[in-house]
Design a protein around this ligand. Structure first.
Ligand SMILES: Nc1ncnc2c1ncn2[C@@H]1O[C@H](COP(=O)(O)OP(=O)(O)OP(=O)(O)O)[C@@H](O)[C@H]1O
Ligand SMILES: [Mg+2]
Length: 250
């Protein structure tokens, strides 16, 4: 029998104009930093923005953006609390920073539940920090988020390139739309990521340098908004995500 929560998810996301899911083949490549920076840049530009941390085993967006975790307000669903203009939802609301060991069907259940209970209402953009890797959690999230467009975070290390290539191939084989690639922690003029993107027929939408200011700004939205990471990501991605808004202002 079809799980009724699957249909509920579509209804919950009805008022969301654009869903951008941030993914990448490798752990530690910067998915959470890119997700948080994108949500922040979008909110600062005046767009109604939400962020959903779907990394069930190691949620981090609440650490980066500094949103408090604790059981959110509930009434026929759960309202993501507004934090400096970003509506934030994370598995960390329920598990805190304690380990949440989930296996098998529990993973699917946790994802279904989180997506089915959250009331996003009207949003211009919902950023989703995707579960890492290509395990159950990532595959389930891809299946459940029917309208998501994917942003792939990559880096020039050969270790990263191998797993990013694998992830992109899988996504192209199952036919999910990929917006493009963001190179993170770019060093010098290494064009390996550009090469990989070209090989897979994808645009490189932006490149973020290694950002020395990032660590001290974690958890502090005002400081984060001034970092090269958030500025560069906003400049690269907002014109892509909001083309009409940009052309109006120029
Ligand atoms: N552009 C950058 N400059 C400097 N440090 C960065 C940058 N991007 C990410 N980092 C740092 O690299 C580490 C990994 O980043 P992050 O947690 O966003 O990766 P992730 O892909 O979400 O990892 P996971 O797969 O574990 O969820 C963090 O310590 C983060 O602060
Ligand atoms: Mg992460």
């Amino acid at each position: 029998m079809l799980d009724p929560r699957v249909a509920a998810i579509d209804a919950r996301l009805e008022g969301v104009r654009r869903i951008v899911a941030v993914t990448g083949g490798k752990g530690g490549i910067g998915k959470s930093v890119v997700s948080s920076a994108l949500a922040l840049a979008s909110a600062r530009a005046g767009h109604a923005t939400g962020i959903l941390d779907l990394d069930l085993t190691s949620p981090s967006d609440h650490v980066i953006l500094g949103f408090p975790v604790g059981f959110p307000a509930e009434e026929f669903g759960i309202d993501p609390a507004d934090h400096f203009g970003i509506r934030c939802m994370s598995i960390a609301h329920f598990a805190g920073d304690a380990p949440a060991p989930l296996r098998g069907g529990d993973v699917t259940n946790a994802l279904l539940e989180l997506l089915a209970i959250t009331r996003w209402k009207e949003l211009d953009l919902l950023v989703i920090d995707m579960p890492p890797g290509l395990g159950d959690a990532a595959l389930d999230a891809m299946r459940l988020l029917k309208r998501a467009e994917y942003l792939v975070v990559a880096g020039a290390s050969r270790l990263v390139l191998v797993s990013v290539r694998r992830t992109v191939r899988l996504m192209q084989e199952v036919g999910v739309p990929i917006l493009g690639v963001v190179e993170n922690m770019r060093r010098g003029d290494d064009d390996a990521v550009v090469g990989l993107a070209a090989q897979r027929g994808l645009p490189v939408l932006g490149a973020l340098p290694f950002d020395d200011a990032l660590e001290d700004a974690l958890g502090d939205v005002e400081a984060l908004a001034q970092t090269p990471t958030v500025r560069a990501l906003g400049e690269a991605l907002l014109p892509v995500l909001y083309p009409s808004a940009e052309s109006r202002s120029t």
